[in-house]
Design a binder for this molecule. Sequence first.
Ligand code: MN
Length: 291
Amino acid sequence: MPITHGVHALVWTGGWSPDEARHAIAATAEAGYDLIEIAPIDPTGFDAEMTAALLQEYSLQVSASLGLSEDTDVSSEDPDVVARGRERLATALSVLRDSGGTVLCGVLYSKLGKYAGPATERGRANSQESIAWLADKAADSGVTLALEFCNRYETNIINTTQETLDFIAAVGRPNVMAHLDTYHMNIEEHSFREAVQAAAVAGRLGYVHVGESHRGALGTGTIPWTEFFSALTEVGYEGIMTFESFSSEVVHRTLSNDLAIWRNLWTDNRALARDALSFTKSRLAAATGRA
Ligand code: MN
């Protein structure tokens, strides 16, 4: 099974009205991708039926990612906040399922943002229990969860592949996988190769985000792409690989601020997306040739 190549919706649009959804889905298909990763950060009112119809029209697959807010943080010690978080996750799961997707990824386990201190034991337990709860719901509709560890400025629950694998072991559900993002790995890992191998050996390598060190165009930053793609090829990764890039050119009301997107790294998103796909495919082909 070949890798499924995807692109994050925020390359195209910061909203999801019928016009914005059509624009994003058409542009994704036109750029040659197999999949669009939608971002139902606030899944209430997200039109899954309209999304599913558009995906069918353009023959595209879909995944969904989100991060929680302060008010819906399942790693909070406040049971009311955790309850709101679970409700949000359950709604996002429905949106993903009804749009036709089978993988829900991102920062499902905590707030996406800077914490003032380390995670507490109670907070971590609340997070793990919530993910176990969501995983059981997801299993009912054949959905896999992929937990995206983030750098230290965006979560205090999991910052490395190993911490993610330990968290997944504690959750103890078969449909919870690790989601590796090169942008975060670049800040926190000591070795891209060892991180990929550890996730693969654990049987939990479930999702990949390819993003540059500055979140701009692939190949223009400092990510060790040769090492990363070689490692993925060596372990035979066959899942989804989504290109993620953010610029002040396309702004989402909350996500852009949570990710600290303050400057303009590109203006032409069509060229950006096309170049990212050809970069990824050619580097993967080169890695296969070396293997
Ligand atoms: Mn990511």
